[in-house]
Each structure stands twice: as C-alpha cells, then as structure tokens.
Design a protein around this ligand. Structure first.
Ligand code: OXD
Length: 296
C-alpha cells in the first residue's frame, strides 16, 4: 500500500491481511487487489474489479466463480525465474544426495556415495506456459533433455526437444528422471497425476510447483515405497498448510516446502495492478484479463 500511495496518491486505499478483510471493506472498495478470496466474504460487496496478485487465479474461479460482472485480471509478474531456481535446487539436492550427506555429517559418518550428473538426464515438463518454459530453459542449459506436455501439444519454444498433448502423459512418465508440474488448477488438471500415472513412472522424481490438486496425494506414499517415484519435491498441496497428519511430512524422500517457490513481489503486484488500471483509465481492455474458460 505504501508503494501504491506513493505512485498513485490520488486513490484511496484500505489494506488488511487477507483473513482480516471484512464485508464492510468490500462494500467500501471498487477494486480488490489480492491473491485469494477473503474468507469472510460471501459476496464481493461493491467491488467491480478483482486484480489477482498470485500466479494462479483458482481461488476466484472455484468452487464458486467470481460474479461474471466483476472484472478479473491477474498479475503479469513472471514467476518462472524463481520457480526455476526452486526446481533446480531440488533436482541437484536429490541428485547429489544432500539430505543423506547432511544426515551423515550430523552423525559424524564418512559416507561415500555415487553421484550421477544431472546433465544427460531427461525432464518431463507438464505445463508449457510461462513458468514451464522458464524452468525448461534453465534445465536445458544444464544439459537436461526436455520433453513437454501441454493442453494442446503445441509449443515451439527451443528448450523443448518435443511437446506432446496431455493425453500422452502416461506413456511419457516412464522415460523421465524428473517430472515437473507447473499446472494451474482447472477441471482438466485436477487429479491428472493419478495413481495409475504414478504406476507407470520408473523411478522419477516428481516436482510440483503448480497446484496440489493435480496430484493424487494419497497415492504418493505407495508410489514412493514401491519406487515408482524416487522422490518428490512438493511446494503445493491439496490442503495448505499441509496437515500434521500427512505422511508426506515424514517420508525420507519427500521435500516439503510451504508454497514458496514463486513469491509475489511488492513491485510485481503493484506494477501489475497499475498497468491494468492505466489501460482501464484509457478506455482499453487490460492485457491481463483472465480467460475464465481456460481458467488462467
Ligand atoms: C500461486 C502463487 O499462484 O503463489 O501459487 O502466486
């Protein structure tokens, strides 16, 4: 808010943590700028425009879609570079056995191990949007062969050796050492990485930085224990925060992170909002209107 007040002092602002937004705030404001739908809001009051500051807009589309009379835009901020670093960190951590080495060091144990290179391995990128492409470029630069899977099977980005339609997923997972999900939550992506798909994996590490809904989370312990999956690095979950009772917290080959792979920045959130605002003030449709049919 401080940055917005500085850049656009002519506007009036009210700010609150998302859980603290009240129905009175929503009756007061014309515009809501935030990531998720405020929990207290059964209606959006007098709000006529929601600008979502997160990468995924699912909280505005399901389970109840935001009133179609309310404009929905999303941030233009690029989360790809941060998510790529999150993914690369985890890929190297698995490949170099950082967890086991840290355990051995804590115990004062000299524990030599074979370390295979990441170069020459193959990654299956599930999702070839802005985030998937950036992750693919970074991994390709490390010598990883990248195969993509997308809704349409069309993507001519040079990082990909090939891109297939999503229906090919079960046939492709067995050939990959890394499976990276960067999918939004939509009816088409929910449950995509099912137990049946896991069963076709041959020791890949699953990385999920999209949405927890894409993965059959209940099947993961079985997939890990049977070595269909060698490991999992998960930043997103079906329920967040991940409940204490989840076995994923304690599985030795699971790396849990608390939905931090691509964080919204103050500059990104405010600049994106102001870019859309300027378009509206000039009588134009902002470039970042959400396609509600596609869900992103
Ligand atoms: C997201 C975000 O959409 O953190 O997951 O921005």
């Amino acid at each position: 808010m401080a940055r917005l007040r500085h850049l656009r002092p002519d506007l009036e602002y009210r700010g609150a943590k998302f859980a603290g937004v009240t129905p009175a705030d929503l009756l007061w404001g014309d515009v809501y700028v935030g990531f998720r739908r405020p929990p207290a809001a059964s209606s959006m009051g007098n709000v006529r425009w929601v600008h979502c500051t997160g990468a995924g807009v699912d909280s505005w589309l399901s389970p109840v879609e935001l009133d179609r009379n309310i404009l929905l835009t999303r941030t233009p901020e690029s989360f790809g570079p941060a998510i790529a670093e999150w993914a690369v960190t985890r890929i190297f951590a698995f490949q170099q056995g950082l967890g086991e080495l840290a355990d051995a060091q804590r115990d004062g144990r000299w524990a030599p191990r074979d370390i295979a290179q990441v170069a020459g391995t193959r990654a299956l990128m599930v999702g070839t949007g802005d985030i998937g492409r950036t992750v693919a470029s970074r991994l390709a630069a490390l010598g990883v062969e990248i195969i993509g899977v997308s809704r349409t099977g069309n993507c001519d980005h040079p990082a990909f050796a090939a891109v297939h339609p999503v229906s090919a997923l079960p046939d492709l997972v067995g050939e990959a050492q890394w499976i990276v999900l960067t999918l939004p939550d939509t009816p088409q992506t929910r449950g995509l990485f099912s137990r049946a798909v896991m069963q076709k994996c041959r020791g890949a590490v699953l990385l999920n930085a999209g949405r927890g809904s894409a993965v059959d989370e209940a099947a993961l312990p079985e997939a890990l224990d049977n070595w269909w999956l060698r490991g999992a690095a998960l930043d997103v979950f079906q329920v967040e925060p991940l409940p204490d009772s989840s076995p994923l917290w304690r599985h030795p080959r699971v790396m849990v992170s608390p939905h931090i792979s691509g964080l919204t920045t103050i500059e990104g959130a405010t600049d994106g909002f102001l870019e859309c605002l300027t378009s509206l003030e000039q009588g134009q449709v902002p470039s970042w209107v959400v396609d509600r049919t596609r869900g992103y």
